[in-house]
Write a protein of this length. Sequence first.
Length: 99
Amino acid sequence: MVGITGRMKSEEEEAKLRKRNEELERELRKSQEREEQMRRELQKAWERLRVAEEAEERLCSQLGELEAESVHQAREYNARLLSLVNQLSRATIQSASAC
């Protein structure tokens, strides 16, 4: 009789352990799925960061080109303005000497 009771306890414990093992395996699978999902999200974020960095580089390059162009245009404008001032001065001098 003691042998049967001991065997029943052993079978109950084995069943409990099997059930606990199944629960742990389910939890492990869920954890692995969450980990994979996080890995995919991290990869997407990394890709968005790479695209943003490339866009920033292009914008900086375009900004540099625009700055160089604006400096060039400002110098041309200044030269044209000085030329017009000189022409006006000569015209004023000629007009004054004609009087």
